[in-house]
Design a protein around this ligand. Sequence first.
Ligand code: ZN
Length: 151
Amino acid sequence: MNELQDLYRELILDHSRSPRHFGKLADATHTAEGINPLCGDKLRLYLRVADDDVIADAAFEGSGCAISVASASLLTEIVIGKTRDHALEFFQAVTRHLTAPNANTTVDIDLGKIRALDGVREFPTRVKCATLPWHALNSAFKKQAAPVSTE
Ligand code: ZN
């Protein structure tokens, strides 16, 4: 278990130090901003959704703590190539998984690298950092103009 935790810690550090798909997406079809006032995380997510509802590209910009940046970086890796519906299923599963009161609660979807964020479940304030980019994803598809806030 310790080895796995070390691996997860490495993954989060890696993604927070060298976030994937970081920057603005010039030809984005969907965008939303996520704000977590408690921590000071402020991220904008960009998506380019193709005609067949597949997310062809994703990117994010902004600033935040290591958890929020790593989560956003992982999100972009995960959603590229997925359909809108599949990505939203992932949003539901990630938020349900990370906010579950019981650490053994599982969801019926393979969360893959997202499991690296499992450690935040013990810290409710950090859960908001981890789920922030996912709420932005949901908001982008709802075409909400106002930023989504955790508070
Ligand atoms: Zn944060």
